[in-house]
Ligand binder design. Structure first.
Ligand code: FAD
Length: 416
């Protein structure tokens, strides 16, 4: 069985942003990345893929091409953690030892959480941008749509990119206008939440826009079943004692329920909710001091995005590297920075940037970012993907904090 100075679980943006920097620093045979998948997905592109604005191929690269050169790639799954003995167990039965462990295994999508969804997905107008196969069907279904009920859902669980369900709603509504079927279409957004967006600063703008575009928003409506044979989506109305309500659909985009990965939830690393239990400032495990976590699988109480990982990775690496060098003070502190590029049209984006800890805006540019911007859309669609592949995954991009602090000098003061 093998042993490494640093073992990283997961080869998504969280795992690669950390392992690339640390493996460069420590040299060969010191850092291992445990990752079962052959492919690495840039999931933020999937909204554009679903909306017909980007090619799916641009969102995927072979895992071998993005693995840091100095890291050892162990292509397997972690099945168990043994933090008292500093080892993890793999699906093939082997154990891997570590001095430091970084957990970045993402969120688990629970397709079984909605009855009938798994079988219906990708067929007959039922789609989801949350799946690598199904996302390639979304735009096809939108083009084939001839009017009727277009439904969009938001689950009763934490989810990655909580803005994604609304983004595809706005893109679809625009697509129906462009294809001339909008006046024969009901656009219905059924969310299990009580608001269209968790952060009011941006949510108010988004709700107003939904009203203007005649998008019917129903709150506290939780999707529980897809009856594909009868084209019925069945919801539980949690505002009304769980009353069951059926909606006929001609197109439906589902944001599926999600939660902590099972192997984490069942481990000693988990908090009560099942996420890796880390300190929200330092990203260090609350009990096991040689363990860190970042990204979607962590307990960090901010919204789960790749944008959050940019800032998280900078903090985690600072604290981890200083620990490796024998300086055991966690001086780097995470402020909860996250971003949600709220796509509201082909050339329209509201660049929400905020702290998930305080709910306050943490905007990069010295303008009020609640305005609809064509430039922000270009930035998010054409520039940020390059920063992701060439900066974040290579360990050199730790978020826009430095730019924000620079622009603070000229930023106008605002009331809210
Ligand atoms: P992941 O990217 O999920 O990577 C986790 C990795 O761990 C995977 O490679 C997986 O194979 C591996 N793994 C899983 N289980 C194990 C195991 N047992 N052992 C070892 N490895 C394992 N973010 C934004 O910032 N902006 C956006 O606009 C945006 N839009 C989105 C739109 C959609 C439709 C979706 C689905 C996501 C979007 N996101 C967006 C969210 C973003 O993609 C995630 O927050 C980000 O990918 C999380 O990174 P991660 O490294 O934590 O997890």
């Amino acid at each position: 069985d093998q042993k490494f100075k640093v073992v990283v679980v997961g080869g998504g943006p969280g795992g690669l942003s950390v392992s690339s920097t640390v493996s460069k620093l420590l040299g060969k045979n010191q850092v291992a990345v445990i990752e079962p998948s052959n492919k690495h997905y840039y999931q933020p592109l999937w909204t554009y893929v679903g909306g017909g604005l980007k090619n799916f191929n641009e969102s995927v690269k072979p895992m071998a091409d993005v693995m840091p050169l100095d890291a050892e790639w162990i292509q397997d799954k972690v099945t168990e953690f043994d933090p008292d003995n500093n080892t993890v167990k793999l699906a093939d039965g082997q154990t891997v030892g570590y001095e430091y462990l970084v957990v970045a295994a993402g969120i688990q999508v629970n397709w079984d959480g909605v009855k009938g969804l798994k079988d219906a997905l990708g067929k007959d107008g039922v789609t989801s941008n949350y799946d690598a196969d199904s996302v390639q069907k979304t735009y096809k279904f939108l083009q084939e749509f001839k009017g009727g009920n277009a439904l969009f859902t938001f689950p009763n669980s934490p989810l990655k990119c909580p803005g994604a369900p609304t983004k595809i709603t706005f893109l679809a509504e625009e697509a129906f206008r462009l294809s001339g079927v909008r006046d024969k279409t009901n656009v219905i957004y059924n969310t299990a939440a009580g608001k269209i967006f968790g952060i009011d600063h941006y949510g108010k703008v988004l709700q107003k826009l939904a009203d203007e575009r005649d998008i019917n928003v129903n709150f506290q409506h939780e999707l529980i079943e897809i009856d594909a044979n009868n084209h019925q989506a069945i919801f539980k109305n949690n505002a009304n004692g769980g009353e069951v309500k059926s909606f006929e659909y001609d197109f439906i985009h589902v944001a599926p329920p999600q939660g902590p990965p099972k192997f984490i939830k069942e481990s000693k690393l988990a908090d009560a909710a099942g996420w890796v239990d880390v300190n929200k400032d330092t990203l260090r495990h609350n009990k096991y001091k040689n363990i860190f976590a970042l990204g979607d699988c962590s307990s960090l109480p901010t919204s789960k995005t790749a944008a959050a990982i940019t800032a998280e990775s900078g903090v985690l690496k600072w604290n981890l590297i200083h620990d490796i060098k024998g300086k055991k003070v966690d001086q780097a502190v995470y402020d909860g920075y996250t971003s949600c590029p709220l796509i509201v049209g082909r050339d329209q984006l509201i660049l929400a940037e905020f702290s998930g800890y305080t709910g306050q805006p943490l905007e990069t540019f010295p303008v009020d970012q609640r305005g609809i911007s064509k430039i922000s859309q270009y930035l998010n669609k054409e520039v940020i993907p390059a920063i992701y592949w060439n900066g974040l995954l290579k360990g050199s991009w730790v978020g826009p904090g430095a730019f924000r602090r620079m622009f603070d000098v000229v930023r106008p003061k605002r009331d809210n």
